[in-house]
Design a protein around this ligand. Structure first.
Ligand code: NDP
Ligand code: 2IT
Length: 452
């Protein structure tokens, strides 16, 4: 690692010794910036500033369950970097949410948003609230309480939250309703991922999964490969996984796995459109478990999550392409090695940081194509940016129009990451390409705006 980047990283660790996810995200960027820093030594203080969020807001979220019981959760919003546009990034509701996790996500978001080419800074937020097993009215009351504090910190030109794990269309609807009531103003562009009847964009629900597969298609094409006839493993069964599965089917591939936090299914015959529709109903309406898939369809195996995930895990299935779409650090070095041994050609991250640094090293050392999430899952936030544009215009674009813009953005991100990797002496290394390409735009803006 470049000595100045090592110095900055040591400072990050000393300052936040108890934030492993944040340290991991910083390290993964800092260790790749050397060639950019050699070309632009004036950016060294910028990197140091980038490792510190502009603002962290933490607040209490009290709510009442259906039985009258009172609960308190913790709410956060990290307004990480606003150099190139309003803070932008999702909200995550999951029991594992803490400052380290949200700082890692907000840090990644800065580079991802820069790569989209749209004017969006980086932010993230959420709560340690667990929506699992909660009724609709409990989720509504929680969202209302969360917004009762958050509203004073956000705005369509200031900070624009959206969904992430545990936050989908239902939650965004409740959050938007409460924001509108408190602000006494219909400020459509304050949240993205809204329903179509109140300012949402067509294709936003599909965008992360579709964008991921568009990016992977471009990456495969550099080696003369395609999704046609390819066997694909997908983890997760939420928003990103569902629409990644749909786009793989559109491109002639065969998805064979899906998972949730309880376990995973392997369907050697392939998850076809009818089965995918069933999964969407299971997860989005009935809010059930993926194990039910194996009870419902023939020839499917279900395996419970293991304490040691590398034993008989989802990534041991032999595939051509792997798309991790669940959560951070879900794919370790041993699992990466099983993918390599099984003849896998490409891995593209749908989730944020799903592959551990050691897993990424295994892929790169074995010549697999590897797409880091900040490039390959940028389609979600890019389409959020398109939703903001439509809200400002007070117009709705057609499904085809948004999809074409999304596809174009993903093709451009691929091209930018590919060419930047080449230009800085690491051909084919999308990690270096994406980090440097994302960084250069932010660094230029921060330098121009002075020491803030
Ligand atoms: P969802 O809540 O819709 O789905 C998450 C899926 O991942 C569920 O199947 C969930 O299973 C599983 N999962 C969550 N946490 C864990 C865990 N600790 N261990 C195992 N499985 C887990 O979220 P999304 O699909 O929106 O998000 C998935 C990933 O994609 C996240 O990393 C997110 O940050 C990233 N992402 C999302 C974008 C978006 O637009 N939504 C954009 C870019 C990235 P269970 O239901 O059992 O918890
Ligand atoms: O990680 C992400 O990029 C998201 N969860 C989407 C953020 C957004 O603002 O659409």
């Amino acid at each position: 690692m470049h000595s100045e980047m090592q110095r900055i990283f040591d400072k990050v660790v000393a300052r936040d010794p108890d934030q492993p996810e944040f340290q991991q995200a910083c390290l993964e960027v800092l260790e790749t910036l050397g060639p950019a820093i050699d070309a632009h030594p004036e950016y060294i203080p910028i990197v140091e500033r980038l490792c510190e969020p502009e603002r962290i807001i933490q607040f209490r979220v009290p709510w009442v369950d259906d039985g009258g019981g009172q609960h308190v959760n913790r709410g956060f919003r990290i307004q990480y970097n606003g150099a190139i546009g309003p803070y932008k990034g999702g909200l995550r509701f999951h029991p594992t949410v803490n400052q380290s996790v949200l700082k890692f996500l907000a840090f990644e978001q800065i580079f991802k948003n820069s790569l989209t080419g749209l004017p969006m800074g980086g932010g993230k937020g959420g709560s340690d609230f667990d929506p699992k097993g909660k009724s609709d009215s409990e989720v509504m009351r929680f969202c209302q309480s969360f917004m009762m504090e958050l509203w004073r910190h956000i705005g369509h030109n200031l900070d624009v939250p959206a969904g992430d794990i545990g936050v989908g269309g239902r939650e965004i609807g409740y959050l938007f309703g409460m924001y509108k009531k408190l602000r006494n103003d219909f400020e459509a562009g304050v949240l993205t991922g809204k329903g179509m009847s109140f300012g949402g964009s067509l294709i936003r629900p599909e965008a992360t999964g579709y964008g991921l597969v568009y990016f992977a298609r471009e990456m495969l094409a550099t080696k003369g490969m395609s999704f046609e006839g390819a066997t694909v493993s997908i983890s997760g069964s939420g928003n990103v996984a569902q629409f990644a599965c749909e786009k793989v089917l559109d491109l002639g591939g065969k998805p064979v796995t899906m998972s949730d936090s309880s376990g995973w299914i392997h369907d050697p015959a392939g998850i076809d459109r009818e089965k995918l529709a069933w999964v969407m109903d299971l997860k989005n309406n009935r809010r059930g478990r993926i194990s039910e898939y194996a009870d419902h369809f023939d020839g499917v195996t279900y395996t419970k999550s293991q304490p040691d995930p590398s034993v008989n895990g989802l990534w041991s299935v032999k595939v051509d392409v792997a798309l991790p779409c669940a959560t951070q650090n879900e794919l370790n070095a041993a699992e990466a090695q099983s993918l390599v041994d099984g003849g896998c050609s490409a891995v593209a991250e749908g989730a944020n940081m799903p592959c551990t640094p050691e897993a990424v090293e295994v892929f790169q050392n074995n010549g697999l194509l590897f797409a880091p999430g900040k490039a390959s899952n940028a389609g979600g936030v890019a389409t959020s940016g398109l939703e903001m544009s439509q809200n400002s215009l007070r117009l709705n674009w057609s499904r085809q129009e948004v999809d074409e813009k999304l596809e174009n953005i993903m093709v451009n991100i691929h091209k930018n990451a590919f060419e930047t990797a080449d230009r800085f002496g690491h051909p084919g290394n999308y990690v270096i390409g994406a980090n440097i390409a994302g960084f250069l735009k932010i660094a230029e803006a921060m330098l121009a705006q002075g020491v803030l």
